[in-house]
Structure formats: structure tokens, C-alpha cells
Design a protein around this ligand. Sequence first.
Ligand SMILES: Nc1ncnc2c1ncn2[C@@H]1O[C@H](COP(=O)(O)OP(=O)(O)O)[C@@H](O)[C@H]1O
Ligand SMILES: [Mg+2]
Length: 589
Amino acid sequence: MDDEYDLGEVYRAFDRQREFHNSKKKYRLFGGAAGPGKTKALLWEAIRKALLNDGCDTLLLRRTFPELEASLVAQFRRDVPPSWFRSFNEAKHIVTWWNGSTTRFGYCRNENDVYQYQGAEFLFIGIDELTHFTLKQWQFLTSRNRCPIPGTFPCMAGATNPGNIGHAWVKALWVDKEPPTGFERPEQYDPGDYDFIRARIADNPIYANDLNYRKTLEALPEQLRKAFLDGDWDVLSGQYFDLFEIGRHTARPEEIGMREWWPRWVSIDWGFQHPSAVYWHCGMPKGIANSYQRPASRQEVARGQDAGSKPGSLDSGLQTAQTSARDDRYSFGAGGEAAARIVTYREFVQNGLSPRMLGQAIAERCKGEKIQEIYLSPDAFAHRTSEASIAEQLGEVLGANGLPRPTRADDDRVGGWQLMYQLLEQDAWVITENCTKLIECLPQLVRDNRRVEDVRKMEGDDPADAARYGIVPGARYAGVGASAMGGPGAGQAPPLYSQVRFVPGMPLGEQIARQVTAEEPTSRAIQFQRLEAERRRGNSLGRRDCRDGGGIGEERIGIRAERPDRLRGERRGRPPACGGSTMGGEVSP
Ligand SMILES: Nc1ncnc2c1ncn2[C@@H]1O[C@H](COP(=O)(O)OP(=O)(O)O)[C@@H](O)[C@H]1O
Ligand SMILES: [Mg+2]
């Protein structure tokens, strides 16, 4: 190659891309705005390294498979003529070049997926959207960046916009030039190894003159505009949900295996100019052993737990979350209980809808589902004019469709954010991947400088507010949260642990089997009496607010007054229950 960066029709580097390719530093970051050609430069850096060094392996990574397919692999398929390489293994995503070098495309959805590269060596590792990765993943990958061929220079590069879960550590290493919190052996950090090539949208001549694209970016919320248009790294510092992880806190909807009787509720942040954001949640009861097994968290990976299990497979779930049953039946086995969780399973975000239209849109999406409660942002209850409030207008449509009228959501922001943080920390809140706006929004939230326990209000935070309106009450009646897990309090009323409750819709036999846990006859009788008393109390109070001790909708469940000794028959030889309970309805003998 005469000019390495001018490959005719195939690739002609822009000036900033050339600067990136020319940098001789061990760790380069091509960082900044959206669209200057970061992904393309990363791809061509890997190709160039592979072509210039015979028999060397190179690796290109993205956090998830769909993103990998849509970016690096798509550009490879589109730009690189097949005559340039000997083969492309579609299943393994490995290109073999004519000189025997390879370029592998990979992804690391879960924290410990990086361990699939244990034992491999790469002359070059390029990571696209580096801030989607964690510091631990980066540091592990640096150990794979070596090459036995003399005279070669192993190096790595990242390409990224500011923001997201990795914002803080990426900014520390390349922008602030200091070892980030959690950096192993900080004394060995050498700022001279790091080169930050800051790119702006103007660096891509195609986009610089594309008024439409610019307009799209200009229309972004202020924080994102600064980050994506100017590549400003300061605006998104102080990230609130710094622990949020794709894979750990998200799941494919089919992994959850939702059951009809699980409690479901909806939360809404009303908006007209700003979008209205609506979330559907359900409670996954304690002890459910279905195909969803939580992947190991960053901390567990850091502690070296579970590193031996097959990356990316269901087996990479926590040992404690594993149960022998994988077929969506309940597990009562000792020590193998999966914890209760809230699952946020659907989103609807749209602006410009009248309350009635929004009500209709919600009702259509609730078809066939039993929704127990609908929480709505408090400002929607105000009577601004003599007309009905937004809550009333919405309530009319919801009511006509057999849904509950909206309940005023709790607007304790600080307590709500803290609770959400704790639930994520305890893996007690899972968001399904179809809730794309929420998954995008959470990592963008930053602390408010004037009120550090709060999240700074910004345009585009509607999904987070809406989710918060559902998580706060949901945590109380789904039996998850600080007190449930023995963690520090979140300033919330404790969930209802000492009380037995009936879970609406759960088959009667199941309720009894799950709540009457003792094997010993006297204890069983006592537990049964408590259930009976609870039922009577439920009936006499009617529908109660979940805050003062009742489970939503439990009054609708009847329980036959069976004698405790008959209950054994109901259990049909189930293994002895150990602390089995409903969601939050622990019964102590
Ligand atoms: N040197 C180049 N020559 C021609 N097109 C380019 C070049 N660099 C980037 N592009 C095109 O510009 C668009 C944006 O590039 P991309 O690498 O996806 O940007 P980023 O990752 O920074 O958002 C893509 O369509 C890409 O093919
Ligand atoms: Mg890109």
C-alpha cells in the first residue's frame, strides 16, 4: 500500500481519521460527536493491522450482537471487496485474510462474556462504543493484547460518544489522564500510553454539509446535543445509574416467561409537548425458576466467581439463582430460590396525544392483561381550567375499557431514584429489551449539582420519571427493595414482610402451597390461621392501599376454609418449602 489510508474507492480516510490511524500510542480513543467516522476508522485500523502483519489476529468488539451486526459487520460487508480476503466464517464472524491474519468480530453482552477470549492473543483490539463497556472488561482485554511475532506493536483503540455506563472511566483514562476509580494497579497508569483524538461532526464532510442530520442532532436534549454534536465530555459526568448494565439488568422478553397471574401495573408520565411515557410492570414472584437466570454481576466477576462457566450461556447465571427446574414451574428447594423481581416489560412513548387518545393507546396495549393499578404523574391531577383534569379525562377512557382509574404517583424524586438504584444493585429490577427508550435513558441521567441526591432534570428524562412512578409502589407490593434484601433503607415504607397476602390470579392450590410453608403440623396450623385472619381482614377492609399493608386486589381472591391437615394433600408431594412465600408475603412459623 503506497498510502495506507488511501485505498481508492474502498477507503479514503478523512483528516481526523488519518490522525487516529497515525497515532503511535498504545491505547487510542477516537471519541466525541456522532458521525465523524469513528466506527469506520476502527474497522480499517483492524484491517490495516491484519494486512501489514502476516499471521496476526485482530479483534473488533461491540457490546451486543444486534449492534455489532448493524455497525462493524454491516460496514465490513458493505465496504470490503470479497477479493480482499480468503474467507469469512459467517457463524464465527472471522475474516481470514490472504496473508493468514484474521479479524474477528465479537460482542460481550454480559460482564463475563469477555472471558471467551481467555487464552487468545490479539495484535489489535478495537472496541466500538467503548463507553458501553465496563472498566473491568477493558482491563481484562488489555491482557489479551499481545502478539508473539517479533517486531509487532500490540495496541488497542476505542471509538465512542460520551455518555453511558463507561463515561466516567473512559473520561478519566483519556480526557482527564488519571487512573479511574476501580483501576487495578493505579500506580502503573502511564498517561503517555493514552491518546485522545477528539472528533466532531464537522470532521465527516458527508455530514458536515448534511443539514438534515445536523437538525436532528440540534433537536436533541441539551446534554445529548453537547455530547453528540461537540463531543463534550464534561456534560455527562456524575452519572447517576453508574451500575446499570445491559445483560445484567435487561433481558429478552422471552427469557422472562411471564405468567398470567403475576401482578401487573402501569405507570405514566403525562406529557403533550414532551412525550407521554408509559411503562408496564409485573412482579416475578420469589422462587420462580424459569428460563431467566440473572447473569453474573460486575462485582461477582471481579471476585472471580463463576468465571469458569460458559460465557453467554444460561449457565453463566449465578449459582444461587439456579434451580433444578427450568421449565417455568415453581421451585421450593432449599438454597436455590430465585429472588422476587420487578420486570418492566413494555413501553409506549409518544408526544402530541390528548389524554383520551393516550388512554385509548394504553387500553389497546392492555388487551387480555389484568392490570391492577395505573399510576400517573401527580401534575396530571391538577385542575388547570374548569374542565376535567388530565387524570379524569384519562380515567374515563381507561374505566370504559375495564381498567383502573389512575392513582396519583408518589413524587418523592430522591427516594424513588434511590430505590431504583438499590433494586438494580440487588438485581431485583429487570427491563426487557423492547423498552429501548428507558434502556437508553437510564445511563444518561446525571446527578444534580445543587442537590446531589437527585437526578438533574433534563429533556428526554420522561422514560425514567415514568418508570420511577411504577417502581416505587411496585417495589412495595412485589416484595422487593431495601428492607426485603436486608440492605440499607431507601426512605421507603418497608415492604410487607410479616404479612401473608394473596396474589391475585394465582391458582388457589398454589397460594396455599406457597404460603403455608411449615412441615410440622402445629406450625402449619398457625400459618393457616394467619392466612385465614388475613383473608377476613382483607374482606372487611375491602380494597386497600398497598402502603398500609394490603396486597393490591387480594380481596378478590377467596380462600376456602380448609383444615390444615387437608393442605398436605394439596401439595401433591412437593419438596418441603423453605421460606417459600408469595411476593413479599413471608410467613414465619
Ligand atoms: N473516510 C470515509 N469515506 C467515506 N465515507 C465515510 C468515511 N468515514 C465514514 N464514512 C461514512 O460516514 C458514515 C458515518 O460513519 P461512522 O463510522 O458510522 O460514524 P460514527 O461511528 O462516528 O458515528 C457512514 O456511512 C460511513 O460509511
Ligand atoms: Mg459508530
